[in-house]
Design a protein around this ligand. Structure first.
Ligand code: TXA
Ligand code: MG
Length: 336
C-alpha cells in the first residue's frame, strides 16, 4: 500500500505499512517514531519508553489523556532492574513464574523512566511479553518500549494487525504483523502492598487462579475515584464498541430490548430465535481460552453489523471468564 491519504485537515500522509520487518521497526523506534507491535495479549502502540518525545506521540496517536500511564515492555527483566528502586522478593517470584507472559507488575521506578510514562506516579508498570517477533525486536533495542493497546482511547483493543490498521493507519508509519494474538485480553496488572500482599489492579490474560497457586491469596486493589490518574484502565467506559451493549442473561435481555435489531454475543451456543448472521458464539466447546481469544474480534464484528444493540451473555466467572466479564461490563457504558 503506497497511496497517499488526504486527511480532513487537508494534510497528505502515507498510510501505515504492515509487515514483518524487524530491522525496519527497530530503525523507526530508534528515531523516536511509533510502531504497532504484536504481543500475546493485544497489539501495542510502541515507542521508546525513555524518551518523552516518543511518549508524547503515543498519547497523541491514541487521543489518550496524559494522566493515563503506560506499560514499559522488555525482553528480559534484568534489563530494566537498573531503572527500578528496591524490588521485593515477591516480585522476583512472580517474574520467575509468569514472565514472559500476560502479566504486568507495578514496581517503584527511578527517574530514568520519565514522568510522562508513569503520569508522575512513583510506580512504573513493567511487562515481559512472550510474542517471539516482539521479543526479537526488543533484543535489538537498548531501551524498553512503552506500549498501550494500539486502539483509539476508549475503543476495543486490537488483536490483529488489520485491526490496528483500520484505526491508526493515518497516524503511524509501521505495523509489525505477528498474526492474531493468542491470549486476546490485556495483561493482568499486579502490585505489591507494604504488608507483602499481591494486589490485583486489572484482571486480564493471566487467570487469578494461576497466580494464587504461586503466591497464595490475592487482594483486589482498592477502588479509585473516577478519572483518577492511577488507573484509567479501570474506568467503566473502556473497551467499548460504538453500538450500545447490554450484559446479562440473554433471555432476560431479549425480553427487555426485543429481538428486532439485536445482535447476540453468546458464550457457547447460538439462539434459535435470532438470525444466525447476527450472532457470534465465543466458544462452542466452552473453552475459556478460546472465548478470550475471540472476544475483541467478536465485538468488532458485531459493531460493524449496523445493529441497534448488542446483547452479551455473561460467561462463567472462572479462569479467564472473570476478565471476559470485566471487559463486557466496561463495554456497557458508552463514551459520552
Ligand atoms: O496486555 C497489555 O497490557 C497491553 C499490551 C500492549 O502489553 N497493554 C495495555 O496497555 O493494555 P494499556 O495502556 O491499554 O493499559 C495499561 C494500564 C492502564 O490502565 C494504566 O492505567 C495502567 O496500566 N498503568 C500503567 N502504569 C501504571 C502505574 N504506574 N500505576 C497504576 N496503573 C498503571
Ligand atoms: Mg488499553
Amino acid at each position: 500500500m503506497s497511496f497517499d491519504l488526504l486527511l480532513d485537515s487537508g494534510q497528505i500522509v502515507m498510510p501505515a505499512q504492515i509487515g514483518k520487518d524487524i530491522a525496519k521497526a527497530a530503525d523507526l523506534l530508534k528515531k523516536n517514531e511509533l510502531v504497532a507491535i504484536p504481543t500475546e495479549t493485544v497489539y501495542g502502540l510502541a515507542g521508546n519508553a525513555l524518551m518523552p518525545e516518543a511518549l508524547v506521540k503515543i498519547f497523541e496517536a491514541k487521543n489518550r489523556p496524559q494522566f493515563n500511564p503506560l506499560i514499559a515492555h522488555t525482553d528480559q527483566f534484568p534489563k530494566v532492574i537498573p531503572f527500578l528502586q528496591s524490588i521485593p522478593e515477591l516480585a522476583y517470584r512472580l517474574a520467575e513464574a509468569f514472565w514472559p507472559g500476560p502479566m504486568t507488575l507495578l514496581l517503584p521506578r527511578k527517574e530514568t523512566f520519565p514522568d510522562l510514562l508513569t503520569a508522575g506516579s512513583p510506580m512504573v508498570a513493567i511487562r515481559v511479553p512472550s510474542h517471539p517477533l516482539t521479543r526479537t525486536l526488543l533484543q535489538e533495542l537498548d531501551f524498553p518500549l512503552a506500549a498501550p493497546s494500539a486502539n483509539p482511547f476508549g475503543y476495543i483493543s486490537p488483536t490483529t494487525a488489520q485491526h490496528v490498521w483500520e484505526q491508526l493507519h493515518t497516524r503511524i508509519p509501521y505495523i509489525l504483523d505477528g498474526g492474531p494474538c493468542t491470549v486476546g485480553l490485556e495483561s493482568t496488572i499486579l502490585g505489591l502492598s507494604e504488608k507483602g500482599e499481591v494486589l490485583v489492579y486489572r484482571v486480564g490474560g493471566l487467570a487469578l487462579e494461576n497466580i494464587e497457586a504461586v503466591v497464595g491469596k490475592l487482594k483486589m486493589a482498592p477502588k479509585l475515584e473516577k478519572n483518577s490518574p492511577e488507573s484509567p484502565g479501570r474506568l467503566k467506559s473502556h473497551y467499548a464498541p460504538r453500538t450500545s451493549l447490554y450484559l446479562g442473561d440473554l433471555s432476560d435481555l431479549l425480553l427487555e430490548h426485543g429481538k428486532e435489531g439485536s445482535g447476540i454475543l453468546a458464550y457457547s451456543s447460538l439462539r434459535s430465535d435470532i438470525p444466525k448472521e447476527h450472532q457470534i458464539c465465543l466458544s462452542p466447546k466452552e473453552n475459556m481460552q478460546e472465548a478470550a481469544r475471540q472476544l475483541f474480534y467478536a465485538l468488532r464484528r458485531l459493531d460493524q453489523m449496523g445493529l441497534k444493540r448488542i446483547l452479551a451473555e455473561r460467561v462463567p466467572d472462572i479462569g479467564l471468564g472473570r476478565a471476559i466479564n470485566d471487559r463486557l461490563f466496561r463495554a456497557q457504558a458508552k463514551m459520552k
